[in-house]
Structures are given as structure tokens and as C-alpha cells.
Design a protein around this ligand. Structure first.
Ligand SMILES: *Cc1c(COP(=O)(O)O)cnc(C)c1O
Length: 441
């Protein structure tokens, strides 16, 4: 079937995520048909850099032989069974592997399928944990303004981005929001409101949930160093569980395997997803401690069971991909290779920062955001969609990424070489320069 025929079918029947479909219907979609390394190819044979890792999931590149082969081997054995009442080798081996690389003390792995479900599970586990310990009044959660934890109703409840989720306000459970740590230079100051909330309402709070180091979808907002550590101390002091959402930051994105490692923090619950399978298949995990796990043990009739599970939880193909991805981390010394790339990006972004319509640049490891400004200190109006225009121009120049408002996101697969990173940032620089010059004054 040719692209024109596919286009008419697609426009009649598909509804896209985070997309104004009227705009979508007015333009011709790009059909991606092949990936190789850090390049994607469309149905007309055009190639593009994958500069946002296929929405933050890809780690070792597309068509990565080791992962392809692991999935093929697994599909010859078993495509899917269930984790309800049964298990399979990949689930056991991957859980052992995750426990061995996670911050020390995280030993138990509960599988699901997406970052949002990993967060839902952490919230439910935290509440039920307190119930089993005779503290069912601990039913409230504390989250941070500007945070993003996914799109299901529970994860939206603890999300702090009004732009995406404001319309659903009436459907959400009440959550206490502390200020975004990015508003402060000093970690102690950043945590002072949070501390006040915990000391005031401490006995009703089940857990604090945070994105470590960087509030990614909120605009790559960086926390001051030491903040994560202070949150850990506060949670311990007030008997509140600490949930760390490593969905964006996990698997090398910040320069370490997990962002928690930068401050030697072990949370009570850690959520991972995006990069877990190297960006191949949907798989997530909520990883927790012996302490949380053992609170759920009891006679069947006590109903201490954690009543939660999805049809495709712990899918064998996805587990095989995840194990192959972790092998690559080990065999290729991926984490050790990142520091040079991160430094290169930092230096190159400083040059881009000199463009007249570039404001602040945020970077945490291999995740960065370039803020576009009308002039210094004056943001472009939302309706001008300058971020979307720049990304659209970048696509014409052979690079794919998506903006967050006026922020152009650069988040290349970890496998990208410095030459590839240079090629990508050259296109981004060119696209920003062209679009912002066209839009003047
Ligand atoms: C993407 C993301 C999620 C949601 O993950 P999905 O797999 O899209 O449901 C949750 N938390 C963070 C920090 C994320 O970046």
C-alpha cells in the first residue's frame, strides 16, 4: 500500500496522543517504517536523527542486534502467559538484575506496563502499607508543583502541570503540593515548605512522590544539589514513604544508572519504565524494600494481598528485551561512556545559548531543554507555538524532536556518538535560527 492510501486510512481512523486532531488532519503524517542506530526512516525513504529518543525511551539505538535477537529467541519459546498465579524465567532473572543495580535495599520488583501504572502501583502500595501497620489515616500524598507522573487518574492527581491536566481537576483525589525545588538555589530553602507540610500534617501523609534531580516534562527543571537527600531525611523523620519516579531519569539518562545514585539515596519505592527495555517494548516496574514487601504478608483471609495486576504485566518478550538492554549496559561500559558526551553537549549548548532568541538552557546528563524567548526575559506567547515551529523546521532539516511549550528538547539515545550529537545540535541550532529570524520582530 502506498503512502497516500495509508494517509487517508490513518486520517479517518487514528486518534493521536497529546495532539490537536484538527491540525493533524490538515497536514500529512510521517509514517516511520524503519530505524537503524540513532536514525529513523519514513515511508518515502527520508532519514531523520532521533533527537528525543522516540519520546525518551530509546537507549542503545534502533535495530540493535542484541535486543532484536533476544526478542526473536523469546518469541520462539513463548509470547505471553500471565504473572497472576504463574511466572516465567525472564521475570525472575530481570527482577534479580534490577535488584542488583537499584539503590541498595530495593529488593522486590512489581511489574506493570507503563510509567503511569508504575506510579499508580507505588501510590496504592504506599497507602496499603500504612493500613497494614494500623495507620489507615495516612491517606494523603505530597507531590511537587510542576511535576509529571503520567496520564492515568492517580498519576495525574499527583501531577502538578495545570496545562495538561487542569480540565480533569474534579476527577482527582486531593494532594498537597510543595513548591518546585527548581525555584530555589539552596536545597534547604527548597525543602522548607515541604518540611512544614510534613510536620503539620505528618500523621495523615502516606508518601512524598518526586522526580529525582530534574522535573522533566515540567520543563527540565533542575533541583538544587542535596535536595533529594533532604527529602529522604524528612520522609524518614516523619514516617512517610518516599516514592521516587525514575521513569524519565532511569537507565543512564542523567549520567548514572539511576538519578538517586547522585545523592546516594534509597527511596522506599522506585518507579522505572521508559528506558527499561532499551525503548523496544512496554514494561515498567515498581521496586521496593523488604520492609514494604513484608507488610503485605499474612494469612490469605487477612486480605493483606496487593490486589493489583494488568493483563500484560511482566510480558516475557519485554523482559527478554530488558535483560538484553542491561547486558549492553554492562558489556559496552555504557555508563562510563556518558561523561564525555554530557560535557560535549554542555559546551555545544553554550554556543547555542548565544543565539538572540535563546534564553536559559537546562541540562541534566543527556537530557536538555533550550528555552526560546522573544527577547531576553520576555517569553514568546503560548499561541505563537514557537517550540512546535522550530521542531517542525528541524524535521524538514532531518531531525525529529518534540517541544515542551517554548522549550526545544534534546534528549538523544545514550549510544549517540559525539559526531552524531554534533550533527543533531547543528540542525537544532539552524532550525532555531531560521524560525526565530522569520518571526521577528
Ligand atoms: C513519561 C513519564 C511518566 C509516564 O510514563 P508512561 O509510560 O508514558 O505512562 C511518568 N513519570 C515520568 C517522570 C515520566 O517522564
Amino acid at each position: 500500500m502506498n503512502t497516500a492510501e495509508l494517509t487517508s486510512i490513518e486520517k479517518r481512523h487514528v486518534w493521536h496522543p497529546f495532539t490537536q486532531m484538527r491540525d493533524w488532519e490538515a497536514t500529512d503524517p510521517l509514517f516511520i517504517v524503519k530505524g537503524s542506530g540513532v536514525r529513523l526512516f519514513d515511508s518515502n525513504g527520508n532519514g531523520y536523527w532521533d533527537a528525543n529518543s522516540s519520546l525518551w525511551v530509546n537507549v542503545h539505538g534502533h535495530g540493535r542486534r542484541e535486543i532484536d535477537e533476544a526478542i526473536k529467541r523469546q518469541v520462539d519459546e513463548l509470547g505471553h502467559s500471565t504473572m497472576l498465579g504463574l511466572t516465567h524465567p525472564g521475570a525472575a532473572l530481570l527482577a534479580q538484575r534490577l535488584a542488583s543495580i537499584a539503590p541498595p535495599g530495593l529488593t522486590r520488583v512489581f511489574y506493570s506496563d507503563s510509567g503511569s501504572t508504575a506510579v499508580e502501583i507505588a501510590l496504592k502500595m504506599a497507602y496499603q502499607y500504612h493500613c497494614h501497620r494500623g495507620q489507615s489515616e495516612r491517606s494523603r500524598f505530597v507531590a511537587l508543583e510542576e511535576s509529571y507522573h503520567g496520564d492515568t487518574i492517580g498519576s495525574v492527581s499527583v501531577g502538578g502541570i495545570g496545562l495538561f491536566h487542569g480540565i480533569f481537576r474534579r476527577l482527582l483525589f486531593p494532594v498537597d503540593f510543595a513548591p518546585s525545588p527548581s525555584r530555589f538555589k539552596d536545597a534547604g530553602e527548597a525543602a522548607s515548605k515541604l518540611e512544614a507540610m510534613l510536620s503539620r500534617g505528618g500523621s495523615e501523609i502516606a508518601a512524598v512522590i518526586i522526580e529525582p534531580l530534574v522535573q522533566a516534562a515540567g520543563g527540565m527543571l533542575l533541583s538544587p544539589p542535596g535536595y533529594l537527600n533532604i527529602v529522604r531525611e524528612l520522609c524518614t523523620r516523619y514516617g512517610v514513604l518516599m516514592i521516587v519516579d525514575e521513569v524519565a531519569t532511569g537507565f543512564g539518562r542523567t549520567g548514572r544508572m539511576f538519578a538517586c545514585e547522585h545523592e546516594d539515596v534509597t527511596p522506599d519505592l522506585m518507579c522505572v519504565a521508559k528506558g527499561l527495555t532499551g525503548g523496544y517494548l512496554p514494561l515498567a516496574a515498581t521496586i521496593t524494600t523488604d520492609d514494604v514487601y513484608s507488610a503485605f504478608l499474612g494469612d490469605f483471609s487477612e486480605l493483606k494481598t496487593f490486589f493489583h495486576g494488568h493483563s500484560y504485566t511482566g510480558n516475557p518478550l519485554a523482559c527478554a528485551a530488558a535483560l538484553a538492554s542491561l547486558d549492553i549496559f554492562e558489556n559496552d561500559g555504557v555508563i562510563a561512556s556518558l561523561a564525555d558526551k554530557i560535557d560535549y553537549v554542555r559546551a555545544r549548548l553554550q554556543k547555542i545559548a548565544k543565539l538572540p532568541h535563546v534564553g536559559e538552557i537546562q541540562q541534566c546528563g543527556l537530557m536538555s531543554g533550550i528555552d526560546l524567548v522573544k527577547s531576553t526575559g520576555v517569553p514568546y506567547p503560548f499561541a505563537q507555538a514557537v517550540g512546535a515551529k522550530v521542531c517542525r523546521r528541524a524535521r524538514d532539516l532531518g531531525l525529529i524532536t518534540r517541544p515542551l511549550g517554548n522549550l526545544v528538547i534534546f534528549l538523544p539515545p545514550l549510544v549517540s556518538t559525539i559526531d552524531e550529537i554534533e550533527s543533531m545540535l547543528t540542525i537544532i541550532e539552524e532550525a532555531i535560527s531560521q524560525v526565530t529570524t522569520d518571526m521577528e520582530p
